[in-house]
Design a protein around this ligand. Sequence first.
Ligand code: NAD
Length: 248
Amino acid sequence: MELQDSLAVITGAGKGIGKAIAERFSEEGASVALWDVDLDSAQNVAEALDPSGNKAIAMKADTTNEAEIDNALSEVLKRFNRIDILVNNAGISRHKPLEEMTLELFEAVIKVNLTGTFICCRAVAPIMKKQGRGKIVNIASLGGRTGRPGVGVNYAASKAGVIGLTQLLARELGPSGIYINAIAPGPILTEQTRQYPPEVFATWNVGRAVQKDGLPEDVADAAVFLASGRSDWVTGVTLDLNGGILIR
Ligand SMILES: NC(=O)c1ccc[n+]([C@@H]2O[C@H](COP(=O)([O-])OP(=O)(O)OC[C@H]3O[C@@H](n4cnc5c(N)ncnc54)[C@H](O)[C@@H]3O)[C@@H](O)[C@H]2O)c1
Protein backbone atom coordinates (compact mmCIF):
# COMPACT_ATOMS: atom_id res chain seq x y z
CA MET A 1 0.00 0.00 0.00
CA GLU A 2 1.67 3.16 -1.24
CA LEU A 3 -0.49 5.74 0.57
CA GLN A 4 -1.23 4.02 3.87
CA ASP A 5 -2.42 6.37 6.65
CA SER A 6 -2.37 9.48 4.50
CA LEU A 7 -5.18 11.95 3.89
CA ALA A 8 -5.76 13.09 0.33
CA VAL A 9 -8.04 15.83 -0.95
CA ILE A 10 -9.08 15.31 -4.57
CA THR A 11 -10.94 18.08 -6.37
CA GLY A 12 -13.52 17.27 -9.05
CA ALA A 13 -13.70 13.74 -7.66
CA GLY A 14 -17.35 13.08 -8.51
CA LYS A 15 -16.62 11.53 -11.88
CA GLY A 16 -14.09 10.83 -14.60
CA ILE A 17 -10.39 11.06 -13.79
CA GLY A 18 -10.96 12.47 -10.28
CA LYS A 19 -13.19 9.53 -9.39
CA ALA A 20 -10.55 7.05 -10.62
CA ILE A 21 -7.87 8.85 -8.56
CA ALA A 22 -10.08 8.66 -5.45
CA GLU A 23 -10.63 4.93 -6.03
CA ARG A 24 -6.93 4.14 -6.56
CA PHE A 25 -5.83 6.26 -3.59
CA SER A 26 -8.37 4.44 -1.47
CA GLU A 27 -7.05 1.05 -2.63
CA GLU A 28 -3.57 2.24 -1.66
CA GLY A 29 -4.71 2.89 1.92
CA ALA A 30 -5.40 6.65 1.85
CA SER A 31 -8.38 8.34 3.44
CA VAL A 32 -9.94 10.58 0.82
CA ALA A 33 -11.89 13.84 0.91
CA LEU A 34 -13.77 14.23 -2.35
CA TRP A 35 -14.43 17.83 -3.30
CA ASP A 36 -16.80 18.67 -6.11
CA VAL A 37 -19.28 21.38 -7.15
CA ASP A 38 -21.68 18.49 -7.68
CA LEU A 39 -22.11 17.11 -4.16
CA ASP A 40 -24.40 14.23 -5.23
CA SER A 41 -21.83 12.71 -7.56
CA ALA A 42 -19.04 13.04 -4.97
CA GLN A 43 -21.32 11.45 -2.37
CA ASN A 44 -22.01 8.48 -4.62
CA VAL A 45 -18.28 7.88 -5.05
CA ALA A 46 -17.55 8.30 -1.33
CA GLU A 47 -20.35 5.95 -0.30
CA ALA A 48 -19.15 3.28 -2.71
CA LEU A 49 -15.63 3.58 -1.30
CA ASP A 50 -16.57 3.54 2.37
CA PRO A 51 -20.22 3.48 3.44
CA SER A 52 -19.15 4.11 7.07
CA GLY A 53 -17.78 7.52 6.07
CA ASN A 54 -14.63 6.97 8.12
CA LYS A 55 -12.17 6.84 5.22
CA ALA A 56 -14.03 8.62 2.42
CA ILE A 57 -16.04 11.82 2.71
CA ALA A 58 -17.69 13.99 0.08
CA MET A 59 -17.90 17.75 0.32
CA LYS A 60 -19.41 20.52 -1.80
CA ALA A 61 -16.36 22.60 -2.68
CA ASP A 62 -16.16 24.86 -5.70
CA THR A 63 -12.45 25.42 -6.28
CA THR A 64 -13.09 28.93 -7.60
CA ASN A 65 -14.75 30.01 -4.36
CA GLU A 66 -12.14 30.92 -1.72
CA ALA A 67 -14.60 30.89 1.20
CA GLU A 68 -15.97 27.48 0.22
CA ILE A 69 -12.45 26.05 -0.08
CA ASP A 70 -11.42 27.47 3.30
CA ASN A 71 -14.53 25.94 4.90
CA ALA A 72 -13.97 22.57 3.23
CA LEU A 73 -10.36 22.55 4.37
CA SER A 74 -11.33 23.42 7.97
CA GLU A 75 -13.78 20.52 7.87
CA VAL A 76 -11.07 18.13 6.62
CA LEU A 77 -8.69 19.27 9.36
CA LYS A 78 -11.38 18.85 12.02
CA ARG A 79 -12.03 15.29 10.83
CA PHE A 80 -8.50 14.11 10.03
CA ASN A 81 -6.19 16.71 11.58
CA ARG A 82 -3.86 16.65 8.55
CA ILE A 83 -3.60 16.93 4.80
CA ASP A 84 -0.85 14.93 3.13
CA ILE A 85 -1.90 15.09 -0.51
CA LEU A 86 -3.84 17.54 -2.68
CA VAL A 87 -4.82 16.58 -6.23
CA ASN A 88 -6.00 19.57 -8.25
CA ASN A 89 -8.08 17.71 -10.80
CA ALA A 90 -11.23 19.86 -11.18
CA GLY A 91 -11.32 21.25 -14.69
CA ILE A 92 -13.62 22.21 -17.53
CA SER A 93 -13.26 22.73 -21.26
CA ARG A 94 -15.34 25.04 -23.47
CA HIS A 95 -13.91 24.97 -26.96
CA LYS A 96 -14.72 27.63 -29.57
CA PRO A 97 -12.60 29.00 -32.41
CA LEU A 98 -11.01 32.39 -31.65
CA GLU A 99 -13.63 34.46 -33.48
CA GLU A 100 -16.36 32.94 -31.29
CA MET A 101 -14.36 32.94 -28.08
CA THR A 102 -16.00 35.54 -25.86
CA LEU A 103 -14.09 37.07 -22.96
CA GLU A 104 -16.62 35.43 -20.65
CA LEU A 105 -15.88 31.98 -22.05
CA PHE A 106 -12.12 32.58 -21.96
CA GLU A 107 -12.20 33.70 -18.34
CA ALA A 108 -14.59 30.96 -17.21
CA VAL A 109 -12.12 28.23 -18.19
CA ILE A 110 -9.10 30.09 -16.79
CA LYS A 111 -11.01 30.55 -13.54
CA VAL A 112 -11.69 26.87 -12.91
CA ASN A 113 -8.55 25.32 -14.39
CA LEU A 114 -5.90 27.83 -13.32
CA THR A 115 -7.31 30.12 -10.61
CA GLY A 116 -9.01 27.18 -8.86
CA THR A 117 -5.69 25.31 -8.78
CA PHE A 118 -3.97 28.40 -7.35
CA ILE A 119 -6.68 28.86 -4.67
CA CYS A 120 -6.37 25.24 -3.49
CA CYS A 121 -2.53 25.28 -3.49
CA ARG A 122 -2.49 28.50 -1.49
CA ALA A 123 -5.01 27.12 1.01
CA VAL A 124 -3.13 23.88 1.79
CA ALA A 125 0.45 25.23 1.71
CA PRO A 126 0.52 26.65 5.28
CA ILE A 127 -0.77 23.35 6.69
CA MET A 128 1.71 21.25 4.73
CA LYS A 129 4.48 23.65 5.82
CA LYS A 130 3.57 23.11 9.47
CA GLN A 131 3.57 19.34 8.89
CA GLY A 132 6.98 19.66 7.16
CA ARG A 133 5.75 17.55 4.27
CA GLY A 134 3.10 17.44 1.57
CA LYS A 135 2.48 16.33 -1.99
CA ILE A 136 0.52 18.30 -4.57
CA VAL A 137 -0.43 16.82 -7.95
CA ASN A 138 -1.91 19.11 -10.59
CA ILE A 139 -3.80 17.69 -13.56
CA ALA A 140 -2.66 19.68 -16.60
CA SER A 141 -3.15 18.43 -20.17
CA LEU A 142 -1.39 17.62 -23.40
CA GLY A 143 -3.37 20.63 -24.64
CA GLY A 144 -1.19 22.83 -22.43
CA ARG A 145 2.03 21.29 -23.79
CA THR A 146 1.53 21.65 -27.52
CA GLY A 147 -0.63 23.75 -29.79
CA ARG A 148 -3.14 21.01 -30.37
CA PRO A 149 -6.14 21.81 -32.54
CA GLY A 150 -9.59 21.45 -31.01
CA VAL A 151 -8.91 22.26 -27.35
CA GLY A 152 -9.57 26.01 -27.38
CA VAL A 153 -7.25 28.88 -26.55
CA ASN A 154 -8.86 29.18 -23.09
CA TYR A 155 -8.13 25.55 -22.21
CA ALA A 156 -4.59 25.53 -23.69
CA ALA A 157 -3.67 28.75 -21.85
CA SER A 158 -5.16 27.52 -18.56
CA LYS A 159 -3.25 24.23 -18.66
CA ALA A 160 0.03 25.88 -19.74
CA GLY A 161 -0.57 28.17 -16.75
CA VAL A 162 -0.93 25.15 -14.46
CA ILE A 163 2.44 23.86 -15.68
CA GLY A 164 4.09 27.26 -14.98
CA LEU A 165 2.46 27.47 -11.55
CA THR A 166 3.72 23.95 -10.77
CA GLN A 167 7.31 24.84 -11.70
CA LEU A 168 7.35 28.06 -9.69
CA LEU A 169 5.72 26.56 -6.60
CA ALA A 170 8.12 23.61 -6.65
CA ARG A 171 10.93 26.11 -6.01
CA GLU A 172 8.98 28.16 -3.51
CA LEU A 173 7.64 25.25 -1.46
CA GLY A 174 10.41 22.66 -1.89
CA PRO A 175 12.49 23.90 1.08
CA SER A 176 9.42 23.32 3.30
CA GLY A 177 9.14 19.66 2.25
CA ILE A 178 6.29 20.25 -0.17
CA TYR A 179 6.52 18.49 -3.53
CA ILE A 180 4.40 19.69 -6.44
CA ASN A 181 4.20 18.05 -9.84
CA ALA A 182 1.80 17.96 -12.77
CA ILE A 183 0.44 15.24 -15.03
CA ALA A 184 -0.37 16.16 -18.63
CA PRO A 185 -2.75 13.48 -19.93
CA GLY A 186 -3.55 13.07 -23.58
CA PRO A 187 -7.12 12.05 -24.56
CA ILE A 188 -8.67 9.90 -21.83
CA LEU A 189 -11.80 7.78 -22.24
CA THR A 190 -14.24 9.04 -19.61
CA GLU A 191 -18.05 9.13 -19.49
CA GLN A 192 -17.80 12.54 -21.11
CA THR A 193 -15.33 11.74 -23.92
CA ARG A 194 -17.15 8.44 -24.63
CA GLN A 195 -20.07 10.56 -25.80
CA TYR A 196 -18.06 11.50 -28.90
CA PRO A 197 -18.08 9.08 -31.83
CA PRO A 198 -15.01 6.78 -31.84
CA GLU A 199 -13.77 8.43 -35.06
CA VAL A 200 -13.62 11.79 -33.27
CA PHE A 201 -11.71 10.26 -30.33
CA ALA A 202 -9.38 8.71 -32.93
CA THR A 203 -8.59 12.13 -34.43
CA TRP A 204 -7.43 13.32 -30.99
CA ASN A 205 -5.05 10.35 -30.89
CA VAL A 206 -3.37 10.82 -34.25
CA GLY A 207 0.33 9.98 -34.01
CA ARG A 208 -0.02 7.88 -30.84
CA ALA A 209 2.81 5.35 -30.53
CA VAL A 210 0.94 2.59 -28.66
CA GLN A 211 -2.41 1.04 -29.49
CA LYS A 212 -3.94 1.28 -26.05
CA ASP A 213 -6.48 4.04 -25.35
CA GLY A 214 -5.89 6.27 -22.33
CA LEU A 215 -8.08 5.43 -19.32
CA PRO A 216 -8.78 7.33 -16.09
CA GLU A 217 -6.92 4.55 -14.24
CA ASP A 218 -3.73 5.39 -16.19
CA VAL A 219 -3.84 8.91 -14.78
CA ALA A 220 -4.67 7.54 -11.33
CA ASP A 221 -1.61 5.25 -11.35
CA ALA A 222 0.66 8.20 -12.19
CA ALA A 223 -1.01 10.24 -9.43
CA VAL A 224 -0.29 7.47 -6.90
CA PHE A 225 3.40 7.63 -7.82
CA LEU A 226 3.55 11.42 -7.51
CA ALA A 227 1.60 11.39 -4.23
CA SER A 228 3.72 8.66 -2.61
CA GLY A 229 7.20 8.43 -1.11
CA ARG A 230 8.32 6.75 -4.36
CA SER A 231 8.69 10.20 -5.94
CA ASP A 232 10.75 11.94 -3.25
CA TRP A 233 13.34 13.11 -5.76
CA VAL A 234 10.73 14.50 -8.15
CA THR A 235 9.37 18.02 -8.00
CA GLY A 236 8.41 20.68 -10.54
CA VAL A 237 7.96 18.02 -13.20
CA THR A 238 5.15 17.66 -15.72
CA LEU A 239 4.66 13.99 -16.51
CA ASP A 240 3.50 13.46 -20.09
CA LEU A 241 0.98 10.64 -20.19
CA ASN A 242 -0.26 10.18 -23.73
CA GLY A 243 0.74 6.80 -25.16
CA GLY A 244 3.43 8.49 -27.19
CA ILE A 245 1.36 11.13 -28.99
CA LEU A 246 4.03 13.57 -27.84
CA ILE A 247 7.56 12.20 -27.61
CA ARG A 248 10.37 14.65 -26.93
N1 NAD B 1 -10.72 13.58 -20.22
C1 NAD B 1 -9.63 13.89 -20.90
O1 NAD B 1 -9.42 13.47 -22.04
C2 NAD B 1 -8.60 14.81 -20.27
C3 NAD B 1 -7.36 14.95 -20.90
C4 NAD B 1 -6.40 15.78 -20.34
C5 NAD B 1 -6.66 16.44 -19.15
N2 NAD B 1 -7.88 16.30 -18.56
C6 NAD B 1 -8.10 17.03 -17.29
O2 NAD B 1 -8.41 16.10 -16.28
C7 NAD B 1 -9.28 16.69 -15.31
C8 NAD B 1 -10.52 15.84 -15.13
O3 NAD B 1 -11.14 15.69 -16.40
P1 NAD B 1 -12.38 14.72 -16.65
O4 NAD B 1 -12.35 14.39 -18.09
O5 NAD B 1 -12.40 13.64 -15.64
O6 NAD B 1 -13.59 15.75 -16.39
P2 NAD B 1 -15.13 15.46 -16.03
O7 NAD B 1 -15.91 16.59 -16.61
O8 NAD B 1 -15.52 14.07 -16.33
O9 NAD B 1 -15.14 15.62 -14.43
C9 NAD B 1 -14.76 16.84 -13.83
C10 NAD B 1 -15.30 16.91 -12.41
O10 NAD B 1 -14.91 18.19 -11.89
C11 NAD B 1 -16.02 18.81 -11.26
N3 NAD B 1 -15.82 20.26 -11.28
C12 NAD B 1 -15.92 21.11 -12.34
N4 NAD B 1 -15.67 22.36 -11.95
C13 NAD B 1 -15.39 22.32 -10.62
C14 NAD B 1 -15.06 23.29 -9.65
N5 NAD B 1 -14.97 24.61 -9.95
N6 NAD B 1 -14.82 22.90 -8.37
C15 NAD B 1 -14.94 21.58 -8.04
N7 NAD B 1 -15.28 20.62 -8.91
C16 NAD B 1 -15.49 20.98 -10.19
C17 NAD B 1 -17.23 18.33 -12.07
O11 NAD B 1 -18.45 18.47 -11.33
C18 NAD B 1 -16.85 16.88 -12.36
O12 NAD B 1 -17.27 16.02 -11.31
C19 NAD B 1 -9.57 18.10 -15.83
O13 NAD B 1 -8.69 19.02 -15.22
C20 NAD B 1 -9.28 17.99 -17.33
O14 NAD B 1 -8.94 19.21 -17.90
C21 NAD B 1 -8.86 15.50 -19.08
